[in-house]
Design a protein around this ligand. Structure first.
Ligand code: GSH
Length: 216
């Protein structure tokens, strides 16, 4: 399997399936397409009709584009990527879709810039509302989670979808600002210490051999 990704420092949509693959135990390689270049779209179109990354290129399935479609394709092979309990599974899917479709103000004002730290004098009401909503959904998930530090105890696709948020919270000074409750602060710390995220952060994902070398 080949995961086609954008620049690790910028491409939050690529980070999600990378983490899912890393946690799945499946062997995979990565192929980097640089974003914001004159030939980015042409290079992406070699793999996906949308001209966007991430794309999973699979011997059986062909090209699968869009992070959520890739997540579901991988979950068919590794059902443990979603919570085993039906109630938690439904909640995990709901908040994953909420992330995939929402939080426009947070994305706009607090972009993923993995290697940077930004000081904010103020945030818009819409951005604060997004932060409050994410804090609430993490606190709710963690309130009944058992058996691990992740949203639903065991690691799941929902953690991958919110992982870029933890990095945005670090980059933009939300962590430690008092805007997050203790369970959300603890979940962010767990995400930011995840070896798969650290491998991505160190740029390992940009190396074509990194996926199989680190996790295969
Ligand atoms: N909904 C898509 C979003 C994909 C997306 O916006 N990818 C960006 C990089 S993070 C991209 O390929 N941009 C290149 C371009 O628009 O030229 C997903 O979930 O995969």
């Amino acid at each position: 399997m080949l995961l086609v990704i954008g620049d690790p420092a910028l491409s939050s949509w690529s980070l999600r399936p990378y983490l899912i693959l890393a946690h799945s135990g499946l062997a995979f390689d990565t192929h980097l397409v640089r974003l914001d270049q004159h030939d980015t779209r042409a290079n992406n179109l070699k793999f996906s009709p949308t001209g966007k990354v991430p794309v999973l290129v699979d011997p059986e399935l062909g090209s699968v584009w869009d992070s959520l479609a890739i997540a579901e394709a991988l979950a068919e092979r590794c059902p443990a990527l979603w919570p085993s309990n039906a109630v938690d599974r439904a909640r995990a899917r709901a908040i994953t879709c909420e992330m995939h479709a929402g939080f426009a103000a947070l994305r706009r004002e607090h972009p993923m810039l993995l290697d940077q730290r930004v000081v904010h004098a103020e945030r818009s009401e819409a951005c604060l509302a997004d932060i409050q909503r994410i804090n609430r959904l993490v606190e709710d998930a963690r309130a009944s989670a058992q058996g691990g530090p992740w949203l639903f105890g065991a690691w799941s696709i929902a953690d991958a979808f919110y992982a870029p948020v933890a990095t945005r919270f670090r980059t933009h000074g939300v962590i430690g600002s008092g805007l997050l409750g203790p369970a959300t602060e603890a979940w962010c710390a767990a995400i930011l210490a995840d070896p798969a995220l650290l491998a991505w952060t160190s740029g390992a994902a940009g190396n074509a051999a990194a996926g199989s070398a680190v996790f295969g």
